[in-house]
Design a protein around this ligand. Structure first.
Ligand SMILES: *[C@@H]1O[C@H](CO)[C@@H](O)[C@H](O)[C@H]1NC(C)=O
Ligand SMILES: *[C@@H]1O[C@H](CO)[C@@H](O)[C@H](O)[C@H]1NC(C)=O
Ligand SMILES: *[C@@H]1O[C@H](CO)[C@@H](O)[C@H](O)[C@H]1NC(C)=O
Ligand SMILES: *[C@@H]1O[C@H](CO)[C@@H](O)[C@H](O)[C@H]1NC(C)=O
Ligand SMILES: *[C@@H]1O[C@H](CO)[C@@H](O)[C@H](O)[C@H]1NC(C)=O
Ligand SMILES: *[C@@H]1O[C@H](CO)[C@@H](O)[C@H](O)[C@H]1NC(C)=O
Length: 320
């Protein structure tokens, strides 16, 4: 067989073929990525009253195992995964380290809107495929380490685009949108942009594993927004309505995953008790309310963000 090859001068041809493949993967527009042929089994997480459980469809209800969260936040995983190389290795190292420490859930950005380098959504409904592959990589790496991800879908702040970018897009498209970023929560066009975004994410088929995001057990939950605030006058009902609508929208596309809001955790003006534990009077008038916002039917669990070092300005920490 080998001599046949030599006789037919096929070796140089084979060489050229291998070289072309090598050049294609290294110099082409895609970093080297090979499809994953096998992934470890992982169950979906669900909520039962005050517990998280790992769903095992074959076991009776009382045998579902309780799932405990030790988690952390690394917002930067997607952006560091866009290019193959050292930054991508940083992502795998982070997830590996987390798993070794016994951590089970990581919260990270599934958004980057606008004109920045490595933006995922470059205009409404238009995506940079290379960045999407970065997110694909994050999800595959998380699953490999047994880590589940909380994926946040948009920012309140203007870092990575956020609601301000959505408002600009609507204005640039000629819609009559007030430049208050609170119109993010009420303008029908902007709500449609957000829904189209959510739909694109949930129906994304991972380029590495072939698994649709909506079917991916390594996703712990969808987070509607990072730290939503809607602070123009009497806007609490607007935020509440937006959360209601968007949580229901996510659930209409995906019943397998948990949904959460992404609140900071302040009590609003409608909460008569508990206001004194807000970090300041300002916190009640941001349009959010931890109780009301979390009580929405399609919201499966609540979370808060604690910033004790900026809230407790006059508090002396005792170092012993
Ligand atoms: C359910 O749990 C009980 C007690 O731990 C065990 O004996 C039983 O085999 C389990 N059943 C299934 C189907 O896993
Ligand atoms: C939820 O928890 C209750 C009480 O522990 C238990 O009886 C029930 O079977 C659980 N349901 C599911 C779906 O795990
Ligand atoms: C949310 O956005 C508003 C502007 O719309 C901004 O004033 C506020 O500081 C942002 N939230 C946080 C947590 O900074
Ligand atoms: C834009 O909207 C504002 C507030 O809703 C309204 O007062 C104004 O007339 C609108 N402008 C146009 C050109 O439709
Ligand atoms: C308070 O709750 C009532 C009844 O649910 C609602 O109509 C009102 O808009 C709420 N106000 C605020 C500031 O959340
Ligand atoms: C901190 O203490 C200073 C001086 O006692 C006071 O003026 C200020 O209002 C306090 N700030 C807060 C956030 O409690």
């Amino acid at each position: 067989m080998a001599s046949d090859w030599r006789d037919k001068k096929l070796y140089p041809l084979l060489g050229i073929l291998l070289l072309s493949i090598f050049l294609y993967f290294n110099l082409g527009s895609n970093p080297i990525t090979f499809p994953i042929l096998w992934q470890s089994h992982m169950g979906f997480v669900s909520a039962n009253s005050t517990h998280f459980i790992i769903v095992n469809p074959r076991a009776p209800l009382e045998n579902q195992s309780t799932f405990y969260i030790n988690g952390w936040n690394s917002y930067w995983l997607m952006q560091e995964s866009v290019w193959a190389g050292p930054s991508r290795s940083r992502v795998s190292k982070m997830l590996k380290k987390g798993a070794e420490m016994g951590l089970t859930v990581c919260r990270t950005w599934a958004f980057n809107d606008g004109v920045g380098p490595n933006a995922l959504q470059i205009s409404p409904g238009v995506f940079n495929e290379r960045v999407f592959r970065g997110l694909d990589y994050v999800i595959v790496e998380a699953r490999k380490r047994g880590i589940r991800l909380i994926l946040s879908l948009v920012n309140n702040l203007s870092n990575f685009g956020g609601k301000a970018q959505y408002v600009r897009w609507a204005q640039e498209a000629g819609h009559n949108v007030s430049s208050s970023t609170d119109s993010f929560f009420s303008h029908p066009m902007i709500k449609d942009y957000y829904k189209a975004y959510v739909k694109a994410i949930l129906s994304r088929k991972n380029s590495l594993s072939g698994v649709k995001y909506a079917d991916e057990p390594a996703i712990f939950a969808w987070e509607l927004m990072n730290e939503p605030r809607c602070s123009s006058s009497s806007s609490a009902p607007i935020l509440q309505a937006w959360l209601n609508e968007m949580a229901a929208f996510v659930k209409s596309l995906d019943q397998k995953h948990l949904v959460t809001v992404g609140l900071e955790g302040f009590y609003g003006l409608n909460t008569t008790k508990g206001l004194e534990v807000n970090p300041g009077e300002w916190a009640a008038s941001l349009g959010s309310d931890f109780i009301q916002n979390s009580a929405i039917e399609n919201i499966d669990f609540a979370s808060i963000h604690a910033y004790p070092d900026s809230w407790l300005l006059n508090f002396t920490f005792c170092m012993i």
